[in-house]
Design a protein. Structure first.
Length: 168
């Protein structure tokens, strides 16, 4: 009985995961996911500033949709952040600015490398106004077995260069 349950569980898992023959599209084409995650707050920093109810990560999460549509359609990042304005879902996002600092988000297509070279922050707060952190959209490149992924993360100020590119 245990063996049969395991076989059914494994079969359901494969079906849900979407086992299918490889497509002829470039790696990651048409596949994308998003998530929001936070890092631990700095010692002594008020943790309330790094909550998921903060409007800044919520807005960045909303931007992930048009960004992933652009990525999976064009197989590259847009030249300018304003290009996302023409995609479905972007009309309801509002301004591409931090709700706390009121400064426009920085768009850096080259990105700031994250924990590994396949992970880079491409859209982020202009200043560390969230308890010494900046909210950012980090993308992970698609691979043959995985889609593009866009995550909203809180990175400490130390991960950002001293001077950042300006938004177009």
């Amino acid at each position: 009985m245990v063996r049969w349950s395991f076989v059914m569980f494994a079969a359901c898992g494969l079906a849900i995961a979407g086992c299918a023959a490889p497509s002829q599209q470039p790696a990651g084409a048409g596949r994308a996911t998003t998530s929001i995650s936070t890092t631990q707050p700095l010692a002594g920093a008020p943790p309330a500033r790094l909550t998921l109810s903060d409007p800044c990560p919520t807005r960045l999460h909303d931007i992930c949709g048009p960004l992933l549509i652009y990525l999976t359609t064009n197989y590259r990042l847009p030249d300018h952040l304003d290009e996302l304005r023409q995609l479905p879902g972007s009309q309801s996002i509002g301004e591409f600015v931090c709700a706390t600092s009121k400064q426009p988000y920085v768009y850096n297509p080259a990105g700031i490398i994250g924990a590994n070279v396949a992970q880079r922050a491409v859209i982020y707060d202009a200043a560390p106004t969230h308890s010494g952190y900046r909210w950012a959209i980090v993308i992970k490149e698609a691979t043959p077995n995985a889609p593009f992924i866009a995550e909203v993360v809180a990175w400490p100020e130390g991960r950002f260069p001293k001077s950042t590119p300006t938004s177009p």
